[in-house]
Unconditional design. Structure first.
Length: 344
């Protein structure tokens, strides 16, 4: 059946008879493309067939994405053993409240609520439910347990608040980032995005190149700004092209230029009017315009008596020329902005 089942509407799922649902339940639980409405309908059908979640027992081993239709309180009512959590944790698509509810139920049931007693073997089996550990719980997990399970933790994507705590454990267990081996950096995985500003600024070019693109684009603006010009210049074009405007909002013009040179599409740094006007008679101000480039033909033909200058800025940023004064904007047929002397 596979993902073909996901074309079923929520109503069609509700209309399944009990025998058909029982026969297809394992296959339905393997489908990963259900919408939340479909998951809710599946969970409702499961509650009709299997009774309330607190009675599901071993059904949790094979429920798969059907269980993603349960509410956090319903997940808290289950007998969440490690085997069940491990099986369910292999599926993507859990909400953070669901992850936290299931993790907390397991921690209370099997570890007496003591995060300090969590082992590396247990952590390595949690899958996506490792993201159910709240920051205050992560802070109590032994560094040795993290070290044993760091590659499994690095394979999932937790919220940034939780990544930061896992990153603290990474440093606690492995030492300063400057001492990490290539294999260790790779194993830390998605947790790399949770490193502090001071730690980010010390990453080697090799460590940065090892960072998955999905992880790299999750680095928060303040921490991203801590990367040096040299680090940014050493990025691959693929990494540079994943940088978002939100990430880049704190970057200096020099850092922006380093990324743009590698193919990044972030906004180019604008030259301020004051800075541009300082070299012109009377400190002239310049027009705002779209980004553009100077075409070589601008110095020929009917325009040979004009002075044209290269201008490259971004939409709605200050568009100025590097020399000359009293310019006005015009646009060629390719929508590339060019500027010329006033009164020419």
């Amino acid at each position: 059946m596979g993902d073909f089942a996901s074309v079923m509407t929520s109503q069609q799922i509700k209309d399944l008879n009990k025998d058909d649902f029982e026969t297809c339940a394992d296959s339905l639980g393997d489908v990963t493309s259900w919408s939340q409405d479909q998951k809710s309908a599946l969970a409702g059908k499961a509650k009709t067939s299997w009774q309330q979640p607190s009675q599901w027992g071993d059904r949790l081993m094979t429920a798969g994405t059907i269980a993603q239709g349960l509410t956090p309180s319903e997940l808290s009512s289950t007998d969440m053993k490690l085997d069940y959590l491990s099986a369910l944790g292999q599926k993507e698509g859990w909400t953070e409240p669901q992850e936290e509810a299931a993790f907390n139920k397991w921690l209370t049931s099997e570890n007496s609520g003591e995060a300090s007693s969590i082992t590396g073997d247990q952590l390595s089996q949690l899958g996506h439910f490792v993201c159910g550990a709240k920051p205050e719980i992560i802070r109590s997990i032994p560094a040795s347990a993290y070290k044993e399970a760091m590659s499994e933790i690095g394979d999932v994507s937790c919220s940034m608040a939780k990544r930061k705590e896992w990153a603290n454990l990474a440093v606690k267990s492995l030492g300063p980032v400057t001492s990490w081996s290539s294999d260790q950096s790779a194993a830390v995985g998605s947790v790399m995005a949770g490193l502090s500003s001071s730690q980010m600024s010390k990453l080697s070019l090799n460590q940065l190149s090892q960072m998955e693109l999905d992880t790299f684009k999750m680095i928060p603006p303040a921490e991203f700004n801590s990367l040096t010009v040299e680090q940014l210049k050493g990025l691959s074009s693929a990494h540079a092209q994943t940088v978002t405007e939100e990430q880049a909002k704190l970057l200096s013009p020099e850092k922006r230029k380093a990324l743009i040179a590698l193919g990044s599409t972030i906004t180019a740094p604008a030259v301020s009017n004051d800075a541009a006007g300082s070299g012109a008679p009377g400190g002239s101000k310049y027009d705002h315009s779209h980004s553009g480039v100077l075409h070589s033909g601008c110095n020929t033909g009917d325009h040979r008596h004009l002075r044209w200058w290269f201008c490259q800025t971004s939409l709605n940023s200050a568009c100025v020329c590097k020399s000359g004064t009293y310019f006005k904007q015009s646009s060629d047929q390719h929508d590339n902005v060019i500027l010329k002397e006033r009164g020419s």
